[in-house]
Write a protein that binds this ligand. Structure first.
Ligand SMILES: Nc1nc2c(c(=O)[nH]1)N[C@H]1C(S)=C(S)[C@@H](COP(=O)(O)O)O[C@H]1N2
Ligand SMILES: [Mo]
Length: 443
Protein backbone atom coordinates (compact mmCIF):
# COMPACT_ATOMS: atom_id res chain seq x y z
CA UNK A 1 0.00 0.00 0.00
CA UNK A 2 1.36 3.39 -0.94
CA UNK A 3 0.89 5.62 2.03
CA UNK A 4 1.63 9.23 1.26
CA UNK A 5 2.57 11.14 4.40
CA UNK A 6 -0.50 13.10 5.32
CA UNK A 7 0.07 16.46 6.95
CA UNK A 8 -3.32 16.31 8.62
CA UNK A 9 -2.11 13.44 10.80
CA UNK A 10 -0.24 14.04 14.00
CA UNK A 11 3.46 13.19 13.91
CA UNK A 12 2.94 10.37 16.41
CA UNK A 13 0.28 8.76 14.31
CA UNK A 14 2.37 9.07 11.19
CA UNK A 15 5.18 7.33 12.97
CA UNK A 16 2.84 4.55 14.02
CA UNK A 17 1.63 4.33 10.41
CA UNK A 18 5.15 3.65 9.28
CA UNK A 19 5.69 0.92 11.87
CA UNK A 20 2.28 -0.71 12.17
CA UNK A 21 -0.31 0.45 9.67
CA UNK A 22 -3.01 -1.93 10.93
CA UNK A 23 -2.68 -0.62 14.46
CA UNK A 24 -2.72 2.97 13.25
CA UNK A 25 -5.85 2.28 11.22
CA UNK A 26 -7.39 0.63 14.24
CA UNK A 27 -6.66 3.72 16.30
CA UNK A 28 -8.22 5.98 13.72
CA UNK A 29 -11.27 3.86 13.14
CA UNK A 30 -11.63 2.49 16.62
CA UNK A 31 -11.75 -1.19 15.78
CA UNK A 32 -9.88 -4.01 14.16
CA UNK A 33 -9.65 -3.45 10.44
CA UNK A 34 -11.35 -5.74 8.02
CA UNK A 35 -9.56 -5.35 4.71
CA UNK A 36 -12.48 -6.36 2.57
CA UNK A 37 -15.62 -4.79 3.86
CA UNK A 38 -16.32 -1.58 2.05
CA UNK A 39 -15.81 0.18 5.36
CA UNK A 40 -12.65 -1.87 5.77
CA UNK A 41 -11.55 -0.86 2.33
CA UNK A 42 -11.70 2.76 3.33
CA UNK A 43 -10.03 1.96 6.61
CA UNK A 44 -7.13 0.24 4.93
CA UNK A 45 -7.07 2.63 2.02
CA UNK A 46 -6.30 5.15 4.69
CA UNK A 47 -7.42 8.67 5.23
CA UNK A 48 -5.18 9.91 2.43
CA UNK A 49 -6.83 7.68 -0.14
CA UNK A 50 -10.33 8.41 1.11
CA UNK A 51 -9.58 12.08 0.97
CA UNK A 52 -8.18 11.73 -2.54
CA UNK A 53 -11.30 9.82 -3.60
CA UNK A 54 -13.51 12.51 -2.13
CA UNK A 55 -11.42 15.16 -3.81
CA UNK A 56 -11.53 17.25 -0.72
CA UNK A 57 -10.36 17.17 2.84
CA UNK A 58 -12.48 15.57 5.56
CA UNK A 59 -12.29 18.48 7.93
CA UNK A 60 -13.42 16.70 11.09
CA UNK A 61 -11.89 13.33 10.20
CA UNK A 62 -10.81 12.77 13.81
CA UNK A 63 -14.46 12.86 14.92
CA UNK A 64 -15.81 10.42 12.32
CA UNK A 65 -17.51 7.46 14.01
CA UNK A 66 -15.64 4.19 13.54
CA UNK A 67 -16.60 2.38 10.37
CA UNK A 68 -18.61 5.21 8.84
CA UNK A 69 -18.75 5.20 5.05
CA UNK A 70 -18.60 8.78 3.83
CA UNK A 71 -22.11 9.58 2.61
CA UNK A 72 -20.56 10.78 -0.64
CA UNK A 73 -19.83 7.14 -1.40
CA UNK A 74 -23.31 5.85 -0.58
CA UNK A 75 -24.31 6.01 -4.24
CA UNK A 76 -20.90 4.93 -5.49
CA UNK A 77 -21.24 4.25 -9.23
CA UNK A 78 -18.69 1.43 -9.14
CA UNK A 79 -19.96 -1.49 -7.07
CA UNK A 80 -17.82 -2.72 -4.20
CA UNK A 81 -15.30 -5.30 -5.36
CA UNK A 82 -13.50 -7.90 -3.27
CA UNK A 83 -9.83 -7.98 -4.29
CA UNK A 84 -9.08 -11.17 -6.22
CA UNK A 85 -12.76 -11.81 -6.98
CA UNK A 86 -14.62 -11.07 -10.19
CA UNK A 87 -18.28 -10.89 -11.03
CA UNK A 88 -19.51 -11.80 -7.55
CA UNK A 89 -22.66 -10.18 -6.19
CA UNK A 90 -21.99 -8.76 -2.74
CA UNK A 91 -24.89 -9.40 -0.37
CA UNK A 92 -23.27 -7.93 2.71
CA UNK A 93 -19.96 -6.27 3.50
CA UNK A 94 -19.97 -6.72 7.27
CA UNK A 95 -19.28 -9.60 7.34
CA UNK A 96 -18.33 -10.12 3.70
CA UNK A 97 -20.81 -12.31 1.86
CA UNK A 98 -20.77 -12.58 -1.90
CA UNK A 99 -22.30 -15.06 -4.31
CA UNK A 100 -21.50 -16.12 -7.85
CA UNK A 101 -24.00 -15.58 -10.66
CA UNK A 102 -24.85 -18.96 -12.27
CA UNK A 103 -23.14 -18.23 -15.59
CA UNK A 104 -19.84 -17.57 -13.77
CA UNK A 105 -19.97 -21.12 -12.39
CA UNK A 106 -19.64 -22.66 -15.85
CA UNK A 107 -16.07 -23.96 -15.41
CA UNK A 108 -15.70 -27.58 -14.39
CA UNK A 109 -13.24 -26.43 -11.72
CA UNK A 110 -14.41 -23.20 -10.12
CA UNK A 111 -11.68 -20.55 -10.57
CA UNK A 112 -10.51 -18.73 -7.44
CA UNK A 113 -11.94 -15.44 -8.68
CA UNK A 114 -15.42 -16.97 -8.91
CA UNK A 115 -15.62 -18.90 -5.64
CA UNK A 116 -18.25 -17.38 -3.33
CA UNK A 117 -17.32 -15.85 0.01
CA UNK A 118 -19.23 -16.45 3.22
CA UNK A 119 -17.70 -14.91 6.32
CA UNK A 120 -19.39 -14.95 9.71
CA UNK A 121 -16.96 -12.51 11.29
CA UNK A 122 -13.99 -10.39 10.34
CA UNK A 123 -11.45 -12.22 8.21
CA UNK A 124 -7.98 -12.19 9.77
CA UNK A 125 -5.69 -9.42 8.57
CA UNK A 126 -3.62 -10.61 5.59
CA UNK A 127 -0.35 -9.80 7.36
CA UNK A 128 -1.22 -12.38 10.05
CA UNK A 129 -1.58 -15.20 7.51
CA UNK A 130 2.04 -16.28 7.04
CA UNK A 131 2.10 -19.92 5.84
CA UNK A 132 5.67 -20.40 7.13
CA UNK A 133 4.62 -19.53 10.68
CA UNK A 134 1.07 -20.90 10.67
CA UNK A 135 0.36 -23.53 13.29
CA UNK A 136 -2.35 -26.13 13.72
CA UNK A 137 -3.10 -27.62 17.09
CA UNK A 138 -4.72 -31.02 17.49
CA UNK A 139 -6.37 -31.47 20.89
CA UNK A 140 -9.71 -32.22 22.57
CA UNK A 141 -10.94 -34.69 25.24
CA UNK A 142 -10.82 -37.60 22.81
CA UNK A 143 -7.31 -37.00 21.45
CA UNK A 144 -4.62 -39.36 22.81
CA UNK A 145 -1.54 -37.19 22.20
CA UNK A 146 -2.38 -33.51 21.65
CA UNK A 147 0.20 -31.83 19.43
CA UNK A 148 0.97 -28.62 17.61
CA UNK A 149 2.40 -28.56 14.09
CA UNK A 150 3.61 -25.77 11.86
CA UNK A 151 2.14 -25.80 8.38
CA UNK A 152 5.56 -26.65 6.84
CA UNK A 153 5.76 -29.62 9.26
CA UNK A 154 2.33 -30.85 8.26
CA UNK A 155 3.24 -30.58 4.58
CA UNK A 156 6.47 -32.50 5.11
CA UNK A 157 5.07 -35.20 7.38
CA UNK A 158 1.86 -36.32 5.66
CA UNK A 159 1.06 -37.36 2.07
CA UNK A 160 -0.60 -34.79 -0.18
CA UNK A 161 -3.90 -35.45 -1.91
CA UNK A 162 -5.81 -33.48 -4.51
CA UNK A 163 -9.58 -33.66 -4.97
CA UNK A 164 -12.26 -31.58 -6.58
CA UNK A 165 -14.65 -30.96 -3.72
CA UNK A 166 -17.94 -29.18 -3.97
CA UNK A 167 -18.83 -26.80 -1.14
CA UNK A 168 -22.26 -25.18 -0.80
CA UNK A 169 -23.54 -22.91 1.95
CA UNK A 170 -26.41 -24.52 3.86
CA UNK A 171 -28.41 -21.36 3.21
CA UNK A 172 -27.90 -21.30 -0.56
CA UNK A 173 -31.33 -20.56 -2.11
CA UNK A 174 -32.66 -18.98 1.09
CA UNK A 175 -34.04 -15.94 -0.76
CA UNK A 176 -36.94 -18.00 -2.11
CA UNK A 177 -38.45 -19.04 1.21
CA UNK A 178 -41.74 -17.47 2.21
CA UNK A 179 -42.19 -16.13 4.83
CA UNK A 180 -38.60 -14.94 4.47
CA UNK A 181 -36.06 -16.25 6.97
CA UNK A 182 -33.16 -14.39 8.54
CA UNK A 183 -29.71 -14.62 7.04
CA UNK A 184 -28.02 -13.87 3.74
CA UNK A 185 -30.57 -13.87 0.95
CA UNK A 186 -28.56 -16.19 -1.28
CA UNK A 187 -30.04 -16.97 -4.69
CA UNK A 188 -28.18 -19.83 -6.36
CA UNK A 189 -24.51 -18.89 -6.20
CA UNK A 190 -23.25 -19.89 -2.73
CA UNK A 191 -21.65 -22.97 -4.24
CA UNK A 192 -18.48 -23.93 -6.05
CA UNK A 193 -16.24 -26.85 -6.86
CA UNK A 194 -12.55 -25.94 -6.84
CA UNK A 195 -9.69 -28.42 -6.76
CA UNK A 196 -8.21 -28.65 -3.28
CA UNK A 197 -4.79 -29.94 -2.28
CA UNK A 198 -3.93 -30.83 1.26
CA UNK A 199 -3.35 -33.63 3.70
CA UNK A 200 -6.00 -35.96 5.03
CA UNK A 201 -7.46 -34.94 8.37
CA UNK A 202 -7.53 -38.67 9.12
CA UNK A 203 -3.75 -39.01 8.76
CA UNK A 204 -3.12 -36.25 11.27
CA UNK A 205 -5.76 -37.45 13.73
CA UNK A 206 -4.47 -41.02 13.59
CA UNK A 207 -0.95 -39.75 14.16
CA UNK A 208 -2.16 -38.00 17.33
CA UNK A 209 -4.32 -40.94 18.41
CA UNK A 210 -8.11 -41.03 18.49
CA UNK A 211 -9.62 -42.29 21.73
CA UNK A 212 -12.44 -44.80 21.60
CA UNK A 213 -14.93 -42.31 22.92
CA UNK A 214 -14.39 -39.87 20.02
CA UNK A 215 -17.65 -38.84 18.36
CA UNK A 216 -17.04 -35.51 16.63
CA UNK A 217 -14.35 -33.06 15.57
CA UNK A 218 -14.67 -29.32 16.00
CA UNK A 219 -12.60 -26.58 14.38
CA UNK A 220 -11.21 -23.31 15.72
CA UNK A 221 -10.13 -20.49 13.44
CA UNK A 222 -8.38 -17.15 13.37
CA UNK A 223 -11.23 -14.89 12.31
CA UNK A 224 -12.72 -12.52 14.88
CA UNK A 225 -16.21 -11.75 16.10
CA UNK A 226 -18.02 -8.82 14.49
CA UNK A 227 -18.55 -7.25 17.92
CA UNK A 228 -14.79 -7.06 18.42
CA UNK A 229 -15.20 -9.04 21.66
CA UNK A 230 -12.06 -11.24 21.86
CA UNK A 231 -13.93 -13.80 23.99
CA UNK A 232 -16.40 -14.50 21.23
CA UNK A 233 -15.76 -16.40 18.01
CA UNK A 234 -17.79 -16.05 14.82
CA UNK A 235 -18.08 -19.77 14.11
CA UNK A 236 -16.68 -23.12 15.32
CA UNK A 237 -18.41 -26.10 13.77
CA UNK A 238 -17.51 -29.70 13.07
CA UNK A 239 -18.50 -33.10 11.75
CA UNK A 240 -19.01 -36.60 13.19
CA UNK A 241 -15.94 -38.88 13.15
CA UNK A 242 -17.23 -40.86 10.15
CA UNK A 243 -17.06 -37.72 7.99
CA UNK A 244 -13.83 -36.50 9.58
CA UNK A 245 -12.10 -39.79 8.69
CA UNK A 246 -13.16 -39.95 5.03
CA UNK A 247 -10.42 -40.01 2.37
CA UNK A 248 -11.67 -36.74 0.90
CA UNK A 249 -11.79 -34.72 4.13
CA UNK A 250 -8.77 -32.46 3.75
CA UNK A 251 -6.72 -29.97 5.65
CA UNK A 252 -6.23 -27.96 2.48
CA UNK A 253 -3.33 -25.59 1.90
CA UNK A 254 -3.86 -25.02 -1.82
CA UNK A 255 -6.71 -24.42 -4.22
CA UNK A 256 -6.46 -24.89 -7.98
CA UNK A 257 -2.70 -25.34 -7.63
CA UNK A 258 -2.16 -21.98 -5.92
CA UNK A 259 -2.55 -20.46 -2.48
CA UNK A 260 -6.13 -20.50 -1.23
CA UNK A 261 -7.55 -16.98 -1.71
CA UNK A 262 -7.41 -14.84 1.45
CA UNK A 263 -11.16 -14.73 1.83
CA UNK A 264 -11.51 -18.48 1.30
CA UNK A 265 -9.28 -19.47 4.19
CA UNK A 266 -5.58 -19.04 3.34
CA UNK A 267 -3.23 -20.53 4.49
CA UNK A 268 -5.12 -23.59 5.83
CA UNK A 269 -8.72 -24.67 5.77
CA UNK A 270 -10.78 -27.74 6.39
CA UNK A 271 -12.69 -29.05 3.38
CA UNK A 272 -15.45 -31.58 3.97
CA UNK A 273 -17.19 -31.65 0.57
CA UNK A 274 -20.90 -32.37 0.19
CA UNK A 275 -21.84 -31.07 3.66
CA UNK A 276 -22.97 -27.54 4.49
CA UNK A 277 -19.85 -25.49 3.78
CA UNK A 278 -20.05 -24.09 7.31
CA UNK A 279 -18.25 -27.26 8.48
CA UNK A 280 -15.30 -26.42 6.23
CA UNK A 281 -13.48 -24.09 8.61
CA UNK A 282 -11.31 -21.39 7.06
CA UNK A 283 -8.11 -19.92 8.59
CA UNK A 284 -7.86 -23.10 10.63
CA UNK A 285 -5.86 -22.99 13.88
CA UNK A 286 -7.09 -26.00 15.82
CA UNK A 287 -8.97 -29.26 15.52
CA UNK A 288 -10.50 -30.72 18.66
CA UNK A 289 -11.42 -34.39 18.83
CA UNK A 290 -14.54 -34.33 20.95
CA UNK A 291 -16.17 -36.95 23.16
CA UNK A 292 -19.54 -35.32 22.41
CA UNK A 293 -21.24 -33.53 19.56
CA UNK A 294 -19.10 -30.42 19.13
CA UNK A 295 -20.69 -27.50 20.98
CA UNK A 296 -18.88 -24.56 19.32
CA UNK A 297 -20.47 -21.40 17.95
CA UNK A 298 -23.26 -22.10 15.41
CA UNK A 299 -23.66 -25.73 16.50
CA UNK A 300 -26.50 -24.86 18.88
CA UNK A 301 -29.96 -23.26 18.63
CA UNK A 302 -31.40 -23.64 15.15
CA UNK A 303 -28.10 -22.91 13.35
CA UNK A 304 -27.56 -25.37 10.49
CA UNK A 305 -30.45 -27.48 11.70
CA UNK A 306 -33.67 -28.65 10.06
CA UNK A 307 -36.98 -29.60 11.69
CA UNK A 308 -37.21 -33.38 12.13
CA UNK A 309 -40.67 -33.28 10.53
CA UNK A 310 -42.28 -31.01 7.93
CA UNK A 311 -43.60 -27.78 9.42
CA UNK A 312 -46.04 -25.16 8.11
CA UNK A 313 -44.31 -21.99 6.87
CA UNK A 314 -43.66 -19.61 9.75
CA UNK A 315 -43.84 -22.29 12.48
CA UNK A 316 -41.65 -21.89 15.56
CA UNK A 317 -39.93 -25.25 16.06
CA UNK A 318 -38.67 -26.32 19.52
CA UNK A 319 -34.91 -26.90 19.66
CA UNK A 320 -35.25 -30.59 20.55
CA UNK A 321 -37.16 -31.10 17.31
CA UNK A 322 -34.29 -29.77 15.19
CA UNK A 323 -31.55 -31.99 13.72
CA UNK A 324 -28.06 -30.97 12.54
CA UNK A 325 -27.76 -30.88 8.75
CA UNK A 326 -25.29 -33.45 7.42
CA UNK A 327 -25.02 -34.41 3.72
CA UNK A 328 -26.64 -31.78 1.47
CA UNK A 329 -29.56 -32.68 -0.84
CA UNK A 330 -29.38 -33.27 -4.60
CA UNK A 331 -29.17 -30.12 -6.69
CA UNK A 332 -28.29 -28.82 -10.15
CA UNK A 333 -27.69 -25.58 -11.98
CA UNK A 334 -27.70 -24.26 -15.54
CA UNK A 335 -24.40 -22.46 -16.10
CA UNK A 336 -24.63 -21.97 -19.87
CA UNK A 337 -26.14 -20.04 -21.48
CA UNK A 338 -26.80 -17.08 -19.23
CA UNK A 339 -30.45 -16.58 -18.33
CA UNK A 340 -32.16 -14.11 -20.65
CA UNK A 341 -30.44 -15.24 -23.82
CA UNK A 342 -32.04 -15.19 -27.27
CA UNK A 343 -31.68 -18.17 -29.56
CA UNK A 344 -32.31 -18.57 -33.32
CA UNK A 345 -35.30 -20.89 -33.65
CA UNK A 346 -33.88 -23.23 -36.30
CA UNK A 347 -30.62 -23.96 -34.47
CA UNK A 348 -29.99 -26.61 -31.86
CA UNK A 349 -29.93 -25.12 -28.38
CA UNK A 350 -26.98 -26.45 -26.39
CA UNK A 351 -27.06 -25.94 -22.64
CA UNK A 352 -25.05 -27.29 -19.75
CA UNK A 353 -24.40 -27.07 -16.06
CA UNK A 354 -23.46 -29.09 -12.99
CA UNK A 355 -25.25 -31.41 -10.57
CA UNK A 356 -24.26 -32.59 -7.09
CA UNK A 357 -25.83 -34.55 -4.27
CA UNK A 358 -23.96 -34.21 -1.00
CA UNK A 359 -22.22 -37.49 -0.13
CA UNK A 360 -23.95 -39.29 -3.01
CA UNK A 361 -23.38 -39.40 -6.73
CA UNK A 362 -25.92 -37.90 -9.12
CA UNK A 363 -27.61 -40.61 -11.19
CA UNK A 364 -29.55 -38.59 -13.77
CA UNK A 365 -30.20 -35.02 -14.82
CA UNK A 366 -33.25 -33.99 -16.83
CA UNK A 367 -34.25 -30.74 -18.50
CA UNK A 368 -37.65 -29.38 -19.43
CA UNK A 369 -38.68 -26.52 -21.74
CA UNK A 370 -42.41 -26.77 -20.95
CA UNK A 371 -42.49 -25.90 -17.26
CA UNK A 372 -41.97 -29.46 -16.16
CA UNK A 373 -44.64 -31.25 -18.24
CA UNK A 374 -42.07 -33.32 -20.10
CA UNK A 375 -38.43 -33.97 -19.36
CA UNK A 376 -35.43 -34.90 -21.51
CA UNK A 377 -32.54 -36.88 -20.06
CA UNK A 378 -29.21 -35.08 -20.35
CA UNK A 379 -25.76 -36.47 -20.95
CA UNK A 380 -24.31 -36.68 -17.43
CA UNK A 381 -20.61 -37.19 -16.72
CA UNK A 382 -19.16 -39.17 -13.84
CA UNK A 383 -17.62 -37.01 -11.10
CA UNK A 384 -13.84 -36.39 -11.34
CA UNK A 385 -13.72 -37.98 -7.89
CA UNK A 386 -16.16 -38.60 -5.05
CA UNK A 387 -17.80 -35.35 -3.81
CA UNK A 388 -17.06 -33.41 -7.01
CA UNK A 389 -19.94 -31.94 -8.95
CA UNK A 390 -20.86 -33.53 -12.28
CA UNK A 391 -21.16 -31.91 -15.71
CA UNK A 392 -24.39 -32.31 -17.63
CA UNK A 393 -24.97 -31.35 -21.28
CA UNK A 394 -28.18 -31.19 -23.28
CA UNK A 395 -29.21 -30.28 -26.82
CA UNK A 396 -32.73 -29.04 -27.33
CA UNK A 397 -35.00 -27.74 -30.12
CA UNK A 398 -37.66 -25.13 -29.58
CA UNK A 399 -40.92 -25.82 -31.48
CA UNK A 400 -41.69 -22.18 -32.28
CA UNK A 401 -40.71 -18.59 -31.57
CA UNK A 402 -41.42 -17.33 -28.10
CA UNK A 403 -40.42 -17.28 -24.44
CA UNK A 404 -39.19 -20.46 -22.78
CA UNK A 405 -37.76 -21.48 -19.49
CA UNK A 406 -35.20 -24.25 -19.31
CA UNK A 407 -35.65 -26.14 -16.05
CA UNK A 408 -33.11 -28.62 -14.76
CA UNK A 409 -33.73 -31.43 -12.27
CA UNK A 410 -31.23 -33.95 -10.88
CA UNK A 411 -31.82 -37.35 -9.30
CA UNK A 412 -29.39 -38.80 -6.76
CA UNK A 413 -28.05 -42.37 -6.56
CA UNK A 414 -30.83 -43.28 -4.14
CA UNK A 415 -33.54 -42.08 -6.51
CA UNK A 416 -34.37 -38.83 -4.73
CA UNK A 417 -34.98 -35.94 -7.08
CA UNK A 418 -35.13 -32.18 -6.68
CA UNK A 419 -38.49 -30.55 -6.03
CA UNK A 420 -39.67 -28.26 -8.84
CA UNK A 421 -40.76 -25.61 -6.36
CA UNK A 422 -39.29 -24.51 -3.06
CA UNK A 423 -39.11 -27.44 -0.63
CA UNK A 424 -40.16 -27.53 3.03
CA UNK A 425 -40.01 -24.18 4.80
CA UNK A 426 -37.72 -24.20 7.85
CA UNK A 427 -36.89 -21.52 10.43
CA UNK A 428 -33.45 -20.63 9.04
CA UNK A 429 -34.13 -21.12 5.35
CA UNK A 430 -31.72 -23.97 4.67
CA UNK A 431 -31.56 -26.58 1.92
CA UNK A 432 -33.57 -24.99 -0.85
CA UNK A 433 -32.79 -27.39 -3.68
CA UNK A 434 -35.63 -26.38 -6.00
CA UNK A 435 -34.99 -26.73 -9.74
CA UNK A 436 -32.90 -23.98 -11.27
CA UNK A 437 -34.32 -22.35 -14.38
CA UNK A 438 -33.18 -19.92 -17.01
CA UNK A 439 -35.15 -17.76 -19.44
CA UNK A 440 -34.62 -18.19 -23.19
CA UNK A 441 -36.30 -16.42 -26.06
CA UNK A 442 -36.46 -18.30 -29.34
CA UNK A 443 -36.40 -15.83 -32.24
N1 LIG B 1 -13.25 -19.62 10.12
C1 LIG B 1 -14.37 -19.60 9.40
N2 LIG B 1 -14.66 -20.65 8.62
C2 LIG B 1 -15.78 -20.64 7.88
C3 LIG B 1 -16.68 -19.55 7.92
C4 LIG B 1 -16.33 -18.43 8.73
O1 LIG B 1 -17.03 -17.43 8.81
N3 LIG B 1 -15.16 -18.51 9.46
N4 LIG B 1 -17.84 -19.58 7.18
C5 LIG B 1 -18.34 -20.92 6.88
C6 LIG B 1 -19.48 -20.91 6.00
S1 LIG B 1 -21.00 -20.60 6.70
C7 LIG B 1 -19.37 -21.22 4.67
S2 LIG B 1 -20.73 -21.33 3.68
C8 LIG B 1 -18.05 -21.48 4.07
C9 LIG B 1 -17.82 -20.56 2.90
O2 LIG B 1 -16.60 -20.83 2.28
P1 LIG B 1 -15.98 -19.80 1.24
O3 LIG B 1 -16.09 -18.42 1.85
O4 LIG B 1 -14.60 -20.25 1.00
O5 LIG B 1 -16.84 -19.88 0.00
O6 LIG B 1 -16.98 -21.31 4.99
C10 LIG B 1 -17.24 -21.78 6.28
N5 LIG B 1 -16.05 -21.71 7.07
MO1 LIG C 1 -22.66 -21.09 5.07
Amino acid sequence: MNEEPNPSRSAGLQDLYARDPARAEALIWGQKTDPLSRRGFFKRAGLAAVTAALGTEIVFWDRMPPGLIPAAFAQAPTPFQIPGKEGLVVLNDRPVNAETPAHFLDDEVTPAKHLFVRNNGHAPLPETLDPAKWTLEIAGEACERPAKFTLPELKAKFPHHTYRLQIECGGNGRSEFNPPTHGNQWTVGAVGCPEWTGIRLRDVLEHCGIKENAVYIGYRAADTHLSGDPDKVPISRGVPMRKALEDETLLAFAMNGADIPLQNGHPLRLVAGGWPASVSGKWLTKIEVRDRVHDGEKMGGDSYKMPKYPVAPGTKVPEEDMAIIESMPVKSIVTFPKSGTTHPLGETFACRGHAWAGDLEVKEVHVSIDFGSTWVKTDLKKPANRLAWQRWNAELKFPKKGYYEVWVRAVDAEGKSQPMLVPGWNPKGYLNNACHRIAVQAV
